[in-house]
Write a protein of this length. Structure first.
Length: 510
């Protein structure tokens, strides 16, 4: 082991029934280094960390820590050794105070009672190093996710962590919070801390890391000095193929002359809901992808909710296939051939305790009615069909949803709606929180759905993919459709300008 290496993993292999999660994976970490760990969902990042921290027992391979071979038996054992993980969903106790969380299990006792003043004073002193001036007596749950993460990092360091693992720490943070976290990570690096930074954000890994290790399909692809690899090269390593500009998607816009000859499948006239979305009039034809762009809070999800009946419209009209209809709730929307892939797939989309098969047939079963149950054979045939055509990576249709990667969970949600044979599909942030490879596959799928003559509303906060996939783009601001772009006007810069212009006109961000 080199003098500056604190950690070396060699030939790590781990399998589960039906799945080879890691095969002969290597990884090294140096003292005073931020090392990015990247890979598509299902690449093996989480499994590697769980092997390192004793959640899983490795099948083969060797772990050396500070030059000594080790066997980690549990996460607590890892902490004792000096290896701590801060997860995306902070694993602390929100209804205890900040100070209590910092010293949980280590509270000083005086005369049989917890010594609160020393705890609070020491907690404030610790957090001052992180530029956090907060009331440490306040419950942790009252603070933002960004502050909770810094508290979790501070706790790990108080437990003498020499290796700090940050698992997707920026996924729930805004730009300003990310900058503050990166400031603290740089400070810790300058003090000699070794940090593993797990992320799917390509831009961020270039901002903060010294080296990058790429895993793909459970295998080690390589480790690269950040300054020696380009973004395009990194994406190629992640995808396992030359980076495609998705040219087939960029030009996959239906000619408006042809579209004009078709009646819109869905058309709204001044449809709206007071306090949610201002009246909007749109037309979406079969075989067309209409993008929906705007900043967070602009009203994109509210527009989708009104179209799907989650929030019933209180003004305007909706026409489906030329017929005046009232979509009062999601059940009626489904009966009219409308599907919705929600923004929050974990809370509103998937049922984690059910199998892939059960998740896929949910919408179809609702549409048929619970007294017309699909047989197990029918369910399995449907599930297996969509697992194959969408390339859902799962050992079988009987795998629990919670065991799938984020990108594959998203594919299951899309499979659910395809199985119900919708004519109009609303996809709200279908690529959020998934890796670049899965994003590419979902984007291609969106365009493929339009080629199958489906009408699609595609909501995304990523302007580039909106421009890439859409034949028409709705720009929202202040819970209102403020502009519609067509044809050659649909490009990254034009969409950004449309959003920026509206914000420049107003006094506040919508």
């Amino acid at each position: 082991m080199e003098n500056d290496e604190i950690l070396r993993l060699t030939g790590i292999t781990k399998s589960f029934p039906g799945v080879s999660a890691l095969t002969d994976v290597d990884f090294t970490l140096k003292q005073g280094e931020i090392h990015g760990l990247m890979g598509e969902n299902g690449a093996g990042k989480s499994t590697l960390i769980k092997v390192l921290t004793g959640v899983y027992k490795r099948d083969a391979g060797k772990i050396e820590y500070r030059g000594v071979p080790i066997d980690v038996h549990s996460p607590l054992h890892a902490q004792v050794l000096g290896i701590s993980t801060v997860y995306q969903e902070v694993n602390l106790v929100p209804n205890l105070s900040v100070a209590e969380n910092l010293f949980l299990g280590r509270q000083p006792i005086r005369m049989g009672r917890i010594a609160w003043k020393p705890i609070n004073d020491r907690a404030a002193e610790i957090l001052a190093r992180f530029d956090l001036d907060i009331d440490v007596r306040e419950n942790l749950g009252h603070y933002t996710v960004a502050i909770q993460q810094l508290v979790a990092i501070a706790r790990a360091l108080e437990l003498n962590a020499r290796v700090l693992i940050l698992d997707e720490p920026t996924s729930s943070l805004n730009i300003e919070e990310v900058d503050k976290l990166f400031q603290q990570m740089r400070r810790l690096r300058s003090e000699g801390q070794a940090i593993i930074f797990i992320t799917h954000f390509v831009d961020q890994v270039f901002q903060i890391s010294d080296r990058i290790t790429v895993l793909r399909n459970g295998r080690y692809i390589g480790t690269y000095q950040t300054e020696d690899i380009t973004k395009v090269d990194l994406i190629s390593k992640l995808l396992g193929r030359e980076y495609e500009k998705l040219s087939e998607l960029a030009v996959s816009r239906i000619r408006r002359e042809e579209a004009a000859e078709q009646d819109a499948f869905i058309r709204t006239e001044a449809l709206g809901r007071r306090g949610s979305i201002k009246p909007f009039s749109i037309r979406i034809r079969k075989g067309e992808v209409v993008g929906c762009a705007g900043l967070l809070g602009s009203g994109r999800t509210e527009l989708a909710n009104v179209l799907f009946g989650i929030e019933a419209a209180d003004s305007g009209k909706t026409y489906l296939g030329g017929r005046d209809v009232r979509i009062a709730n999601p059940r009626k929307a489904m009966r009219w051939g409308i599907g919705l892939g929600p923004e929050d797939r974990k809370e509103q989309g998937i049922v984690q305790g059910l199998t892939v098969r059960e998740n896929i047939i949910l919408a179809l079963q609702v549409r048929k009615g619970w007294f017309k149950n699909l047989s197990y054979r029918e369910q399995k045939e449907i599930a297996d069909h969509y697992i194959e055509i969408l390339d859902i990576k799962t050992p079988s249709a009987e795998q629990l949803m919670r065991n799938l990667s984020g990108g594959n969970q998203q594919k299951v949600i899309i499979a659910r709606w395809l199985a119900s044979n919708p004519q109009f599909l609303i996809l709200d942030e279908p690529t959020r929180g998934i890796d670049v490879g899965a994003k590419t596959e979902i984007q291609k799928l969106v365009v493929e759905l339009s080629k199958r003559n489906m009408a699609v509303l595609f909501i995304s906060s990523e302007i580039e993919e909106i421009a890439r996939c859409s034949s028409e783009v709705l720009v929202l601001h202040g819970h209102e459709v403020v502009e519609t772009l067509y044809g050659t006007d649909i490009n990254d810069q034009r969409i950004m300008n449309a959003i920026a212009e509206r914000h420049a006109e107003g006094n506040e961000v919508g």
